[in-house]
Design a protein around this ligand. Structure first.
Ligand code: GLV
Ligand code: MN
Ligand code: MN
Length: 415
């Protein structure tokens, strides 16, 4: 069957342009943090659009939104297609949400073509993949499979000291319902995620599609250096306990730790806070994040160990103290080989230019792949830009992605 790619591309555009208005930072990119007003508007929009197509919708206790088409035998495990709807601060309008919208358009094709599915189909918009508000990550997918407990809801707090528990409560969800509302992995046959590449590889190689083979592992930390506030003019250099001097010496070495590992290993300090942050007070406390990623878990571990060793050494040298809190730790994963093969075969049959690719970004698929057969399809990102307002992907690529995953869905329903 010939697909009307133009029509699909326009549909995706229409949804994404509407959803772009649900941002806390108009004109400064997309800011759609977990349990925010913008998240609520986005979920309501998706819910409505799902209903219009005829999906049975439900919002789960973690704030993810799901639309279902029953299978011929509804006891069978479901095929889930989707991604996340939250964003980073001042991010782009494609990361995550484009995959949810592509899923929606795949469901529309199933309905319009009156396809009888052997397996139930669920389209999902997952909540809080980014961890941009609470520093955690993969909240919606983890919660769906029972990987979050009540302790975590109290432990993770945003910049204003609001815990996930409080935020859920204010958003209208019942955090106490966490227990018992997750699902077993065996109720999911496969998880398929369409996502923008967020890097330059596909564009440079002039490809339409990337079939993802593996995703980096990642560890995230919040590190705090404790020093002593003093007068900057009167405290001699050998008498001060300067948290900033220690933090800056630590931070400046992080890039080289990653470079010395090579093989695409990266390490980043993306967030820093200085207290009291005043020009004439010796810094009393500095807090910063550390995000380490690699396809080689050994490289991640080595960097984390070296950071800890360096913190210990610097603390002795400067008489400061430090604490290090791990916010996230995920192993690298390989995605499902038979789905990679099936997706590649669809790309070939349709004559799309595709290549196998690895992901340096984290995705819900990173978590899902540990429990469920998982596949990911990337579309090119203009200039490789992402996590910034310049993020852009031409809509024709999403149309091709919808075409491929729709066909893959039909193929999976033959088995
Ligand atoms: C999410 O996009 C991440 O890779 O941090
Ligand atoms: Mn992202
Ligand atoms: Mn994403």
């Amino acid at each position: 069957m010939e697909m009307d790619l133009k029509k699909i591309g326009l549909k995706v555009k229409e949804h994404l342009e509407k959803i772009a208005s649900f941002t806390a930072t108009p004109g400064e990119g997309i800011t759609r943090l977990a349990f925010s007003l913008e998240a609520r508007k986005t979920v309501n929009y998706i819910n409505n659009e799902m209903k219009k197509i005829g999906l049975e919708t439900a919002e789960d206790y973690a704030g993810s939104i799901k639309g279902r088409i029953n299978g011929v035998d509804d006891n069978k495990a479901a095929i889930i297609i989707g991604s996340h709807y939250d964003s980073v601060k001042n991010g782009g309008n494609f990361d995550g949400i484009a995959g949810v919208i592509c899923g929606l358009e795949i469901a529309r094709l199933v309905k319009e073509n009156n396809i009888k599915l052997k397996y139930p189909l669920e389209i999902i918009g997952l909540n809080d993949e980014e961890g941009a508000r609470f520093g955690n990550g993969f909240f919606g997918s983890k919660a769906m499979l029972g990987g979050v407990d009540l302790v975590d809801l109290h432990k993770y707090k945003d910049e204003d000291g609001i815990s996930i528990y409080q935020a859920m409560d204010e958003y209208g969800l019942n955090p106490e319902s966490l227990k018992g509302m997750s699902r077993e992995a065996k109720t999911i046959k496969s998880f398929i995620e369409i996502h923008v590449e967020q890097g330059p590889v596909l564009e440079n190689n002039r490809k339409d599609i990337g079939v993802v083979e593996g995703i980096v592992g990642m560890q995230r930390y919040i590190i705090e250096i404790d020093g002593r506030a003093d007068h900057v003019g009167t405290t001699p250099m050998d008498m001060r306990v300067d948290a900033m001097e220690v933090a800056s010496r630590m931070i400046s070495g992080v890039g080289d730790l990653a470079r010395s590992e090579g093989n695409g290993t990266v390490a980043t300090v993306g967030f820093i806070k200085n207290y009291p942050n005043v020009i004439n007070i010796v810094p009393k406390k500095v807090q910063f994040s550390l995000d380490i990623r690699s396809r080689d878990n050994g490289a991640i571990e080595r960097i984390a160990n070296k950071v800890e060793q360096r913190l210990t050494d610097l603390s002795k040298e400067y008489d400061t103290e430090y604490s290090i809190e791990c916010k996230l730790s995920e192993y690298p994963v390989d995605l499902d080989k038979s789905l990679i093969k099936a997706m590649s075969e669809v790309c070939e049959a349709k004559g799309y230019n595709y290549q196998k690719i690895n992901s340096g970004a984290g995705h819900d698929s990173l978590f899902m792949a540990k429990y469920v057969d998982t596949a990911m399809l990337f579309v090119p990102s203009q200039g490789g830009r992402s996590h910034c307002k310049e993020e852009w992907t031409d809509y024709r690529y999403f149309a091709k992605a919808v075409d491929v995953v729709y066909q893959l869905l039909l193929d999976l329903n033959k088995n």
